[in-house]
Design a protein around this ligand. Structure first.
Ligand code: AHM
Ligand code: MG
Length: 334
């Protein structure tokens, strides 16, 4: 099949043209994020060569301070937002609180808020295993000036766009702005993200589950029963399922988006709200999952409907193929 030869920027501009009232600012903002991610991608690819990883505060061969990749990714994304002129606040898994932006480098109106997990899967960085960046964009609520905590703590259903970049065997960017989910692959020779998946749809039912089963003894009975069910034999429901767990949410989610699958990070007896973050991880991926025909809940409630009470709030996450997530919810309900 011959694919369209289309750059990321052209694609988002064409999507935005469908809305006559759009000013083009959202396209520019998403493009700023994509540019920052290209820079991160370059560093991720060079990491093993220049000994950049794991040595915050030490010097490299040019006698320059070197930074951990997650710190570097956070800085480059925040800088891109600050200079781009479209955001009034940045929230990041790497920052204790939100970063208000009040400088005016452009004539733009700073009307958006961006949330980032700058480098998801950070425990995998040193092992050359796929990692990624997750982003989420909201319209501001306040009228002007630097963004406020109310701007930053919005329900997931208010997102205007969300996406992620996987730094893997190739660098892939996947995003939605509410009109389908689209994927782009970075051609490193020309430095462009080129359209590789248009209108992605996650299969309704899958044969793959992703969870850290090392936590099995800490899970609720309902959760244990669900995993036991997935591992037992039944031809009709195509069991046993295959288990796939990278330990980088973006990579696990991306594989499940392509092939079908359910990713789970449940609550356990130690971590009553699970591990993953509502604002930086669950909400953006939930928006993408739903746009692709999938489902995302905390086991009971739709992720996008959860009222946020803190920027770093954690939430149990069940996300992926719709029928599988519904089935997991039934087991959890007991
Ligand atoms: P991070 O944002 O600090 O990298 O943590 C989140 C990561 C996810 O990418 C992944 O799904 C999960 O933590 C893995 O956790 P565990 O090692 O407990 O299985
Ligand atoms: Mg993360």
């Amino acid at each position: 099949m011959i694919k369209k030869f289309e750059t990321f920027y052209r694609h988002i501009i064409e999507q935005e043209r469908k809305f006559p009232e759009a000013t083009g600012q959202l396209s520019d903002l998403i493009n700023d994020i994509a540019l920052a991610c290209k820079v991160v991608s370059l560093e991720v690819n060079r990491a093993g060569l220049i000994d950049i990883i794991g040595f915050t505060g030490t010097k490299n061969v040019q006698d320059e301070e070197v930074k951990k990749l997650d710190v570097y990714a956070n800085e480059i994304l925040t800088h891109a937002m600050r200079m781009g002129g479209h955001t009034c606040a940045v929230c990041s898994e790497e920052e204790e609180s939100f970063v208000p932006i009040d400088e005016v480098y452009t004539d733009y109106s700073h009307k958006y808020i961006c949330h980032f997990d700058p480098l998801d899967g950070s425990s995998n960085i040193d092992a050359n295993i796929s990692i990624g960046t997750i982003f989420s964009i909201y319209r501001r609520i306040s009228a002007r000036g630097p963004g406020t905590i109310e701007d930053c703590l919005q329900h997931g259903y208010n997102q205007v766009a969300a996406g992620y970049v996987v730094y893997g065997s190739s660098t892939i960017l996947v995003y939605t702005a509410g009109s389908g989910v689209h994927g782009f692959t970075l051609d490193p020779s020309v430095g462009e993200f080129l359209l590789s998946y248009e209108n992605m749809q996650i299969p309704k039912k899958s044969k793959i589950y992703s969870a850290n089963e090392g936590n099995y003894v800490k899970w609720s009975k309902g959760m244990q029963n669900y995993i036991d069910y997935l591992k037992s034999d039944d031809i009709k429901t195509e069991r046993p399922y295959s288990s796939r767990y990278v330990g980088s949410l973006v990579a696990d989610f991306h594989r499940n988006l392509l092939y079908g699958g359910i990713f789970m990070y449940p609550a356990d007896r130690k971590n009553k709200s699970g591990k993953l973050r509502l604002m930086y991880e669950a909400n953006p991926l939930a928006f993408i999952a739903e746009e692709a025909g999938g489902r995302a809940t905390d086991g009971k409630q739709r992720i996008l409907d959860i009222t946020p009470v803190g920027l770093h709030q954690r939430v149990p996450l069940f996300i992926g193929s719709e029928e599988d997530v519904i089935n997991a919810e039934k087991f959890l309900a007991g």
